[in-house]
Design a protein around this ligand. Sequence first.
Ligand code: DGL
Length: 267
Amino acid sequence: MNDRPLGVFDSGLGGLSVVRALWHHLPSESIVYFGDTGRFPYGTRSPEVIRRFSRQNAAFLLERRCKAVVVACNTASAHALEDLAGHLAVPVLGVVEPGVEAALAAHHGGRLGLLATSGTVGSGAYAKALRRRRPDLDLVSIAAPLFVALVEEGWTNTPATELIVREYTKGFAPGPFDAVILGCTHFPLLRPVLSKVLGPAVALVDAAEATAAATATLLRARGLERTGAAPRHEFFVSDAPEKFETLGPLFLGTHVRLPSVVHIENY
Ligand code: DGL
C-alpha cells in the first residue's frame, strides 16, 4: 500500500502548485496528477456538476491505484470534498481546511479576507471552516473570477492586471487585514500585484504549502508514507496537453514531459 502513488486532481493546471509543495514535503512519494483541462473552469459551474466531475476524477486516480486523494482545487474542495470522503475507500484531503489553518496562524487581531472563484465563495466553505474554529471572526470574501483568465493568459503582472486587482479588492476596505487567503489555485501567481495593491502588512496565504504539510501528517499518522528512493510521477489531462508546456512550469517551477490525455467522461 505504502508504495502506491498519491493522487492529486484539479480542474486544470493550477493544482500543480500543490504537487510542487508535495515534492518539498514528501520527496519520496510517487504522484499521479490529473488536470481536468477539458472541463476547466469549475468555478462557474453548479455544485452538482462539480461533484460529478470530482467523482470521475477520483475514480480515475483510484484506477491508477492511488492510496490517497488530494483535491488540489478550491472549487472542488468546497463543493465535493464531503461527497468524496463519503464514498471513497482511501483518505481524501482538500485545500480549504489547511488554508484556513494557515490564515489563522497569520492572524494578529486584524481582519481576514478571501479571494476565490464565484463557486468557492458561493459555497461558503471557507467561512464555515473559519467559523468552526473561530466563531468570533468574520471572513470578508470576494469572488474574483477574472483572475483565473488573467493567469491563463499569462497576464500576471501587467497594468491591466493591476487595475483589475484594485477594482476587486476595493471590497477589503476598511481594514486593517492580517491575511487574505488565495482561495484559488491560480491566484498565487498574482502574488506580486496583490502584494503591491494590498500592501506588505497583509499576509497572502497560499493553501498549497499548508495542504502538502497536512498530507504529510495524514500519511504518517496512517502509516502510509513511502520511504523508498526514486518516486515516479505521472501527469494526465483531459484535453490540450500542449498547454502544459507553458503553464506547467509556472505552477511547478520546472519542466516535466507532456501529460497523457484521459477520456474522463468514461469514468
Ligand atoms: N482549481 C480551480 C480553483 O482552485 C481554478 C479555477 C477554476 O477551475 O474555476 O478553484
